[in-house]
Design a protein around this ligand. Structure first.
Ligand code: SDX
Length: 390
């Protein structure tokens, strides 16, 4: 400890915000959006209704929700120059890189209406992001497939339009599967907010400099990309596939994790806040079998995941460290059954999390006490020295 500052590595013991949006009790495994338990929201709400709740603080009336939905539908088209933005990228580009770059680029089309304080312009940025992020995400997916981009279909709901943009083609009509639509809506809701996680804290930190919403959210997408955060859902699937292909069995993998072999982690396990079962993981696990059988998909990776969970939860190593499945542990198997490639899994997380990012950015911006985020450091470098005479 030097002077008057103490290093708090990873902000384990530091609050960086006052917020009324989401409440988590990590020991009890409680998650509430604006006071409503996640279990009840997942059961009763829609992605846009929950987005409204997170952003404006109360549930919308039927008219408010209808107006919100209609405004969003009217903003789904991308500027044609932005559609061409994707041509500059390689087919091999990871959709998360595409997403963060395209959202940053999206802002360049609205330079005149990017105020951080004008309520109408903040509202317009909110609607534009909610409307266009799914379209950009679907274009990143189509780009990786080398397939033509479709135009949004504003006669469809938010989720159904997204599904059609991903899985429809120019060659034939696309019928949305209601099982797929309902399952994806529920998964998006489960991801909509999670208080001060790394990507939301990033959005708040960037926004604290009065950077516009698009730039702040683009930074949040980049933070989410990392395998320790949102990128874990993609990493879980490769972990499960490696266990299956190695033929070494789950127990051997668990031993490698416990021996900390070359940093092998049990991806989809552990959480900074939850020292109990992540309530979202419980809801995802409950629906996994139901969704896969409704989609007529059998995937032994789900069996491997369940076996892995069983072994880990019975092992002191994980119990001592309070390591339980988190939201990313089971989602990938469901996304795969839906037809999404693993590199799109974190993009789905980003679409889910967008309302939370927007809600926190607006809350931070509206808080007159917000100061620019500028932490201190413990300096361990060289003391003063003179430039060499050469
Ligand atoms: C998300 O913050 C959020 O709310 C995030 C999120 C959201 O909705 O926004 O919930 C979404 O990001 C979920 C987490 C997804 N990430 C993963 O599944 C990656 C695997 N998990 C770990 O990397 C880790 O658990 C974190 C990053 C999630 C949390 O890290 P912490 O809180 O900094 O914990 P830590 O790394 O200090 O670990 C404490 C101990 C260590 O053991 P020791 O050094 O004391 O012996 O637990 C061990 C770690 O080695 N440990 C793990 C482990 N996670 C922690 N060991 C094996 N496998 C793991 N997954």
């Amino acid at each position: 400890q030097t002077g008057f500052t103490t290093l708090d590595n990873g902000f384990v013991n530091t609050s960086t915000a006052r917020s009324k949006i989401t409440y988590i009790d990590g020991d009890q495994g409680i998650l509430r959006y604006r006071g409503y338990p996640i279990e009840q929201i997942a059961e009763n709400s829609t992605y846009l209704e929950t987005a409204w709740l997170l952003i404006y603080g109360e549930l919308p009336t039927a008219d408010e929700l209808a107006g919100f939905d209609a405004r969003i539908r009217r903003h789904t088209l991308l500027h044609e120059d932005l559609r061409r933005f994707f041509d500059a990228l390689p087919h091999s580009a990871h959709p998360m890189s595409v997403l963060s770059s395209a959202v940053g680029a999206l802002g360049t089309f609205y330079e005149g209406s990017m105020s951080t304080s004008d309520p109408e312009q903040v509202e317009l940025q909110t609607i534009r992001l909610l409307a266009k992020l799914p379209v950009i995400a679907a274009y990143a997916h189509k780009k990786s497939l080398g397939q033509a981009f479709l135009y949004p279909d504003n006669s469809l709901s938010f989720v159904d339009n997204f599904l059609k943009l991903n899985f429809g083609t120019m060659a034939e009509p696309y019928e949305v599967n209601p099982v797929l639509s309902k399952a994806l809506e529920r998964l998006l809701i489960l991801h909509e907010d999670h208080e001060q996680n790394a990507s939301t804290s990033t959005v708040r930190l960037v926004g604290s400099t009065q950077a516009n919403m698009f730039s702040s959210i683009s930074a949040g997408i980049s933070a989410l990309y990392g395998p320790l955060h949102g990128g874990a859902n993609e990493a879980v699937l490769s972990m499960l596939a490696d266990i299956k292909n190695s033929g070494q069995g789950v127990e051997r993998f668990v031993e490698r994790v416990k021996n900390k072999e070359e940093g092998v982690k049990l991806m989809g396990f552990g959480h900074r806040v939850y020292k109990n079962y992540d309530p979202r993981a419980k809801l995802v696990k409950e629906s996994a079998n139901e969704v896969l059988s409704a989609l007529g998909v059998k995937d032994d990776l789900l069996d491997i995941a369940m076996e892995l969970e069983g072994i880990a939860l019975a092992d002191d190593y994980f119990a001592e460290r309070k390591l339980y499945p988190n939201v990313d542990f089971y989602t990938g198997v469901i996304y795969k059954a839906m037809g999404f490639p693993p590199r799109m899994f974190t993009v789905l997380f980003a679409i889910g999390r967008l309302p939370g990012w927007i809600a926190h950015w607006r809350e931070m911006n509206a808080d007159a006490t917000t100061k620019i985020g500028r932490p201190q450091q413990l300096y361990l470098g060289s003391t003063q020295r003179d430039w060499p005479q050469r």
